[in-house]
Design a protein around this ligand. Structure first.
Ligand code: FAD
Length: 299
């Protein structure tokens, strides 16, 4: 297991800025996440001070990655699939099965909760449609569940559901997951249907079936939509992270969450969804995490 002072989950503006500030404080820092999945890659920026735009987000990302490396942080382009407390701090596992131990964590995974946008999805949310296998699996003991998504979140969500029910079907367009996770999935009892998408979800008060693009009906009590990377709710499911009234991570001015040693920054803490806010919060979170590791004092 690799040991670091700080692990940062997310390589968008918030995570990269947290990495720059904490690494420059002499911390051993690991930044996890896929830069290409950052929201910054989708935009052109002209409201970010000191950078006269419009500037392509990709160019900003290239500069940020070079800066965080220069500051001394290590980057690993993998999603975290689990985050737990461990003696003296935390343990993080990535999609390829690598484990990292650390004293502090900065959560900077952005604000992704991707919907499928299919008929029945919104109507049946909370009535069998869920976006968090780690949070809701316990409600589906011995039930029939369908998980959909192409990435690590769907694969690890399906594997997690096996602890509660043996009837787990994973529907994927084309699975794109790390070899270790793929091996674990294919050796498991999860039934895998590739080359299909969910076209609609039906039911009245409760999910009854998922209908696939080729018309196949999958009888189901639950449909788990896991189309992004693991989000904060999934990753923090066992940690008891407190949310604010709007349902975003609750943080103080030092960007500390209610879990000691766990800090958060950027879109995960709520609106405004802006790079300037993400970068500012990332700076504070990185410094606060360094203070935590050093055992007190001012950032
Ligand atoms: C089309 C578009 C246009 C925009 N235009 C503007 C604009 O003009 N001005 C402006 O200020 N803002 C704009 N924004 C918003 C801005 O891009 C975001 O506010 C900003 O990128 C948030 O930064 P973040 O680091 O919090 O999250 P993100 O940039 O979303 O980065 C999140 C990172 O976390 C990683 N991640 C997710 N899950 C995991 C996991 N389980 N393990 C490890 N890593 C994980 C992702 O791969 C990604 O690298 C725009 C956004 C979009 C989509």
């Amino acid at each position: 297991m690799d040991i670091h002072d700080i692990v940062i989950l997310g390589s968008g503006p918030a995570g990269i800025q947290a990495g720059i500030h904490s690494a420059r404080r002499g911390m051993g820092v690991l930044v996890l996440g896929k830069p290409q999945n950052s929201a910054i890659m989708k935009g052109h920026f002209e409201n970010y001070a000191f950078v006269e735009g419009p500037v392509d987000g990709e160019a900003l990302m290239k500069a940020g990655l070079a800066q965080v490396r220069k500051a001394g942080a290590t980057l690993l382009e993998e999603d975290a699939v689990s985050l737990e407390t461990a003696e003296g701090g935390f343990k993080v596992r990535t999609e390829s099965g690598q484990e990292a131990a650390c004293r502090a964590v900065v959560l900077a995974t952005g604000a992704a909760r991707k919907r499928l946008g299919v008929p029945g999805e919104r109507e049946l949310e909370g009535k069998g449609v869920s976006y968090c296998a780690d949070c809701d699996a316990g409600f589906f003991k011995k039930k029939r569940v369908v998980v959909t998504g192409d990435g690590s979140a769907a694969a690890s969500g399906a594997l997690h559901l096996l602890h509660f029910t043996q009837d787990v079907t994973l529907v994927a367009g084309k699975l794109a997951i790390a070899p270790a996770l793929s091996e674990e999935l294919r050796a498991s009892r999860v039934r895998i249907i590739e080359g299909q998408k969910i076209k609609s979800i039906t039911g009245d008060d409760q999910v009854r079936e998922a209908v696939l693009s080729d018309g196949t009906s999958l009888p189901a009590d639950g449909v788990f939509i896991e189309t992004g990377a693991k989000g904060i709710l999934e990753l923090g499911a066992s940690l008891g992270l407190a949310l604010n009234e709007e349902g975003h991570l609750a943080v103080g001015r030092d960007m500390a969450t209610n879990v000691p040693g766990l800090f958060a920054a950027g879109d995960v803490t709520g609106p405004p969804w802006q790079m300037a806010k993400a970068v500012g919060e990332g700076c504070v979170a990185g410094l606060s995490a360094a203070v935590h590791v050093k055992g007190g004092g001012k950032g």
